[in-house]
Design a protein around this ligand. Structure first.
Ligand SMILES: O=C(O)CCC(=O)C(=O)O
Ligand SMILES: [Fe+2]
Length: 234
């Protein structure tokens, strides 16, 4: 298919065939030791790195994406290692990730359905730490009003189970055309709408209590400001 991004051969075995193109789900992408180390680094970051939002808090690393170009900041080594590792899988069409959002969700917290938008290369990669979650996908609100009222429920399409230590890669239609969100609930009962159950090692009917989850969303911001422009040189 022409509009499907190229990834390296070793990723192909992890494609989630039950979802629209393209999802890769890689269980145990990192070890328990790496998970503990990453959590330690996240919680050792200066307090001023945290931004409190309603229902979650976040750390932004690499700079603030902006339509005129991101003023790039150095990503600390503990995150840079994973930017490079994931980029080497071909996730960003040969580019290297230069932006990381750390989100922390306490039990019962979530994120409203949204699109990640045009400031990023249209791939998002996510390492989950500490707890599983369900990432839910929705069709956009369609412009043809004839179909009657569109509730969030009627636009809901499928979910992915993200276990701790897994890597998720979303691109193509899953990134460009669908919205994603996390329901603010404290446990999840798995149904057959969770399309990656077998690769995530779970069964329909299982109920999983959520704990505190920290996610690292690792991306490539193509438009970066050049330092010489900031310094005003020719
Ligand atoms: O925590 C997650 O896995 C999703 C985060 C997300 O959607 C975002 O930061 O844009
Ligand atoms: Fe998002």
């Amino acid at each position: 298919v022409a509009d499907v991004c190229e990834v390296h051969h070793e990723l192909r075995q992890f494609v989630v065939k039950e979802a629209p193109p393209t999802v890769f789900y890689i269980p145990d992408f990192i070890s328990e030791e790496e998970e503990a180390y990453l959590l330690q680094q996240v919680y050792q970051s200066p307090r001023t790195k945290w931004t409190q939002l309603s229902g979650r808090r976040l750390q932004n690393w690499g700079g603030l994406p902006h339509p005129k170009g991101m003023l790039a900041e150095k990503i600390p080594d503990w995150l840079e290692k994973y930017c490079e590792r994931i980029s080497s899988l071909g996730a960003f069409s040969g580019k290297t990730a230069n932006h990381v959002l750390v989100n922390e969700y306490k039990q019962g917290e979530g994120i409203m359905p949204h699109e990640d938008g045009p400031l990023y290369h249209p791939t998002v990669t996510t390492i989950s730490l500490g707890s599983h979650t369900l990432l839910d996908f929705y069709r956009p609100i369609s412009s043809q009003g004839a179909a009657g009222p569109q509730t969030e429920e009627s636009r809901y399409l499928l979910s992915l189970l993200l276990k701790p230590r897994s890597l998720l890669i979303l691109q193509d239609e899953m990134y460009q055309h669908l919205l994603h969100g996390i329901q603010p609930c404290s446990q999840d009962t798995l149904t057959d709408r969770v399309v990656n159950l077998s690769s995530a090692g779970a069964l329909p009917g299982e109920t999983l209590p959520r704990g505190t989850r920290v996610s690292l969303t690792i991306r490539h911001v193509p438009k970066v400001m050049k330092a010489k422009l900031i310094l005003g040189r020719k």
